[in-house]
Design a protein around this ligand. Structure first.
Ligand SMILES: Cc1ncc(COP(=O)(O)O)c(C=O)c1O
Length: 476
């Protein structure tokens, strides 16, 4: 359906404010001027301005016109960018993480908890059809176990796609896995023994912290900047102090910050890893979900001596149920292949074959274009809603891709309490407590912007905002 005229105007003006064309405090064109310029009626402009005012973008000043009130939520400003905030520690977040994880699969209410893709894109039907047709043909059945390195067609497709990330691979450089989580687990197992220390970025994807906990490893948290990603200075300090076995990072559209690091930063990171002769486990699961421009290069693209283990999957771009992922382990290839073999012999081949076919047929590219734009708009809408409903003291990350947004509240607010309150109301968020082993983010929470917006989910953001305001009042 054509967007209503006034809504087109609302989108246009809010985008201009976001882009800095109109600064905070600046006067917007008068109603008459805008109506002449855009060739719309005075009533349409009035309705658009009223909508923007209601949403907190602009304010009317008597006899003077409309002025920009806010440009966006302030960007999160995480602590001590170049310092290490604690010693390496065993991890202990499993119980809350399991509860949150379980809650995220509940179908009722509004869940902003899980970073799972929207299943309403046409690709879902294409995957289903391909699955059915390959199963009917009896493809891969009766062939015994798949090889430990995994389906050759899939490895071929992944190697082709890796060129977009600046990585030059042959199919034989890849091993398929049961999702990215499995790839990370194989990598960690191959690189460490219980008691070893690994460096993780902070805030850190809690699935990784849970894994570190279950493997009996210790983690040292290296601060990540919402724009720049993992701090090189802080990582250097950590490498100087402790015998770290591997660095694990999500350089592209990280979970939970959504930031993506620059190529210069990637080169500096590789330089440091070479200096200390350390391996890096790169989780690139969100790399193809850029909102704008080109897909970012992987750190692996700058790795000339095979120390980066590049891990990814189709869980965020196609469907997590497929459990199809991969790893390009560089110089650790034999260790990873052995780990995969002793842990699972091989993976189910049918799902791998289905993914290979979908990737090959060009529908995947089309899907990615559609998904990137949809997620960009949904992420922006979440930030707009947060600006309207959340207290003005809040800060938010400004994701450039991926599925999640990070919110930071004044330190007096406990996000785990907020999580429990919201859960009782049927609204789910991921509390910041899960993303640190040192309690650094008790005042933060993560929301997924993957699902299409509905009146119910918009109201749920309002409910979170109301509770936040209440908690803030009580804490003052
Ligand atoms: C950063 C990150 N890595 C890995 C995973 C797990 O991915 P998969 O479903 O492919 O195992 C997730 C899932 O949320 C994630 O956010």
């Amino acid at each position: 359906m054509e967007k209503l005229l006034y809504m087109q105007l609302v989108d246009q003006i809010s985008q201009q404010i976001r882009d800095g064309m109109f600064k905070v405090g600046e006067r917007l064109p008068s109603v008459r001027k805008l109506s002449q310029r855009e060739q719309v009626s005075i009533a349409t402009v009035n309705t658009a301005y009223a909508n923007l005012e209601q949403r907190g973008w602009i304010e009317a000043r008597p006899k003077s016109g409309y002025f920009v009130r806010r440009s966006s939520l302030d960007t999160v400003d995480l602590p001590s960018k170049s310092k290490i905030t604690g010693r390496p520690k065993p991890v202990n977040i499993n119980e809350l993480a399991m509860e949150v994880q379980r809650g995220s699969s509940i179908k009722t209410g509004s869940s902003f908890c899980a970073a799972v893709p929207d299943i309403n894109f046409p690709i879902s039907k294409i995957i289903q059809r391909t699955f059915v047709s390959q199963a009917r043909m009896g493809k891969t059945f009766g062939e015994g176990y798949d090889t430990p390195e995994g389906n050759a067609e899939l490895r071929h497709q992944v190697a082709k796609r890796a060129l977009e990330a600046g990585i030059k691979l042959k199919s034989d450089d890849l091993i398929t896995t049961a999702g990215a989580q499995n790839a990370l687990a194989l990598a960690l197992r191959a690189m460490t023994v219980p008691g070893d220390i690994v460096a993780v970025e902070s805030p850190c994807y809690f699935g990784l912290l849970q894994m570190i906990e279950s493997f009996g490893l210790k983690a040292v948290e290296v601060p990540a900047d919402p724009k720049e990603g993992i701090s090189i200075d802080a990582l250097k300090l950590a490498l100087q102090q402790w015998p770290i076995k591997a660095v694990v990072s999500i350089p592209a559209f990280s979970n939970p910050l959504g930031c993506s690091i620059s190529d210069e930063h990637k080169k500096a990171l590789i330089g440091l890893l070479q200096q200390y002769d350390i391996a890096m486990i790169e989780d690139d699961i969100y790399g193809e979900l850029n909102f704008e421009g080109r897909r970012p290069k992987a750190v692996k693209a700058f790795d000339d001596d095979g120390r980066v283990l590049w891990c990814s999957s189709v869980s965020k771009t196609m469907e997590p149920q497929l459990r199809v992922g991969w790893i390009a382990p560089g110089r650790y290839y034999d260790k990873i292949l052995h780990q995969k073999y002793v842990n699972s012999i091989s993976n189910p081949s049918l799902a791998q074959s289905v993914v290979a076919q979908v990737m090959e047929q060009g529908q995947y590219e089309r899907h990615l274009r559609q998904a990137r734009e949809a997620y960009r708009q949904r992420s922006q809408h979440l930030l707009d809603l947060a600006m309207i409903h959340f207290p003005s003291e809040m800060r938010a990350s400004s994701p450039k891709g991926g599925l999640v947004t990070w919110f930071e509240m004044p330190k007096s607010i406990d996000a785990t309490q907020l999580y429990h309150y919201c859960r009782e109301q049927g609204v789910r968020i991921a509390p910041g407590e899960l993303f640190s082993i040192s309690g650094l983010y008790q005042h933060c929470f993560r929301m997924s912007h993957a699902k299409p917006w509905t009146t119910q989910s918009e109201q749920a953001v309002g409910l979170i905002g109301q509770q936040l305001k209440k908690m803030l009042l009580q804490s003052n």
